[in-house]
Design a protein around this ligand. Structure first.
Ligand code: NAD
Length: 467
């Protein structure tokens, strides 16, 4: 641990541009094993109501603000975030253990998203479909959906709130954030900086506290128009049961079970690099992880050797939660009992794990079927490309897939058959601000980033002008 950011004793709620104290405070755990880091306010349903109502009132004004002015205000906010990038990364490092270089990279990429959507705010255009004269025809008017409730997890605490906040503000929406209880500080500061950057008071609010309590109050509130959620499928289903019958717009960005399909002419250095970087990034606590490397039989031995060599040189940050450590141990035990070969995977201390490399694991082993969300890469063998594609698409996930191959035409033909919202070809970088990120199948509904990620916060009005 090398960060020096000063952590406040208490983080109140942010409602209507003000700090709001509460009667109850929740401790924030230190992943490095020290005393609790600090306390955050525990919001009540009344606090949720207050935040949503102020967001609704201020949002009506923001929706009427000309897009060019919105763009200027969001860009100003982006620059304030830039000035505090190091602080945000350090907060994240302290609260959830992400190593500083990874935390800095997350913040840098997340801030690109804010600048991208500041520019997109000016491109929210009315379009006219001409009729028989200049005064007749159809106007397609983009209107903001309204108040957005954002519920985000702890594994990418800055990126995942900004993927929602940037486009929501650009579309003309107001925002109530509920960061993860495990790591609320960096996301809270993102919201406080919106106030410091001069965005209208109440446009961006932040409620910390108990997930189910605050989540239900948000997802059932009559003035919340959209719930933008990233997290586990279990919680997504719960949120859908609250928001669905109330006919709210929903986006649910969930977990993945990333396949890396290796074609016979793939560059094995590249395969090892993709598996090592994306298999063990964020100590495996990433939705876009490489979980299964699916390779032809004659390449499997070499691939295992190369990943194993790189794996042994890695030193991972601590797991963000004790839950994650326990889950990892359970998955390794299950695989071992079912006959798999496991390299590494031991506990280094109470929160740190060695990266694990698993081979000879078949369908029916839990880590092959369910998102591990811990640092485990499995190498599987498939005799032919059809079998590899079938294995890639087998689990009920479809977030990010990877394909490595020599012949680009053939590699792209395979890539487009991988049933994932994102397929990365011959490399490991997944996300850009300007391209959509979406979970297919059990990995979610809706889309974030890119132009579709902006339109996800827009409802269209058709003005049919007949005379
Ligand atoms: P989680 O579902 O436990 O928590 C997510 C958020 O929901 C937190 O803010 C939490 O406080 C809140 N919450 C918890 N219980 C709730 C309830 N009953 N009702 C309402 N809200 C509740 O998820 P997590 O463990 O923090 O995150 C891990 C999951 O997120 C993994 O599956 C991971 O793959 C997924 N993820 C997906 C993406 C993506 O973009 N698709 C990105 C990152 C993480």
């Amino acid at each position: 641990m090398s960060a020096s950011v000063s952590i406040r004793d208490r983080y109140p709620l942010l409602i209507g541009g003000r700090h709001v104290e509460t009667d109850r405070w929740d401790p924030v755990d230190d992943p490095f094993g020290g005393a609790d880091l600090c306390a955050v306010a525990a919001a009540t349903p009344d606090d949720v109501d207050a935040a949503v109502r102020v967001a609704d009132a201020v949002g009506a004004e923001w929706a009427r603000t000309p897009p060019t002015e919105r763009a200027i205000a969001i860009e100003r906010y982006g620059r304030v975030l830039d000035e505090h990038a190091g602080e945000l990364a350090e907060l994240m490092h302290r609260e959830m253990g992400k190593p500083l270089p990874e935390a800095n990279a997350e913040v840098a990429r997340a801030l690109e998203v804010v600048h991208y959507f500041a520019a997109e705010a000016e491109r929210v255009l009315i379009s006219q479909l001409p009729g028989t004269s200049i005064t007749t025809g159809s106007l397609m008017r983009p209107a903001p959906v309204g108040v957005v409730a954002s519920i985000t997890p702890w594994n990418f605490p800055v990126a995942l709130i900004l993927w929602k906040l940037g486009p929501a503000l650009a579309a003309g929406c107001s925002f109530v954030a509920k960061p993860a209880s495990e790591a609320p500080l960096a996301a809270w500061r993102v919201c406080e900086l919106a106030i410091e950057a001069g965005l209208p008071d109440g446009l961006v609010n932040c409620l910390t506290g108990d997930g189910p309590l605050v989540g239900e109050a948000l997802a059932t509130h009559p003035k919340v128009a959209k719930v933008a959620f990233t997290g586990s499928r279990r919680v997504a289903e719960q949120i859908a049961t609250w928001a669905g019958p109330r006919l709210k717009a929903l986006s649910l960005e969930l977990g993945g079970h990333g396949p890396l399909v290796v074609l016979p002419d793939a560059d094995l250095d590249q395969v090892a690099e993709v598996a090592l970087i994306q298999g063990y990034a964020n100590a495996g606590q990433a939705c876009y992880s490489v979980n299964r490397v699916i390779a032809p039989p004659n390449l499997t031995g070499e691939i295992i050797e190369r990943i194993d060599e790189g794996r042994q040189k890695l030193e991972l940050g601590p797991m963000a939660t004790d839950r994650g450590v326990q889950r990892h141990m359970r998955l390794i035990e299950d695989a071992t009992l079912k006959g798999a070969t496991v390299r590494g995977g031991e506990a280094v201390d109470s929160r740190r794990l060695e990266p694990a490399l698993v081979s000879d694991a078949e369908v029916g082993v839990e880590l092959i079927d369910e998102e591990p969300f811990t640092p485990i890469v499995a190498v599987m063998t498939n005799d032919d490309i059809e079998g590899a594609i079938a294995e890639a698409n087998r689990p009920d996930y479809g977030l990010v897939g990877y394909v490595c191959g020599g012949d680009l035409r053939r590699t792209l033909q395979v890539a487009e058959r991988i049933e994932c919202g994102t397929v990365v070809v011959n490399g490991w970088r997944v996300v850009t601000a300007y391209a959509p990120y979406a979970g297919w199948k059990g990995s979610g509904v809706g889309v974030e980033l890119g132009r579709p990620g902006l339109e996800a916060f827009i409802r269209w009005q058709h003005l049919r002008v007949l005379a």
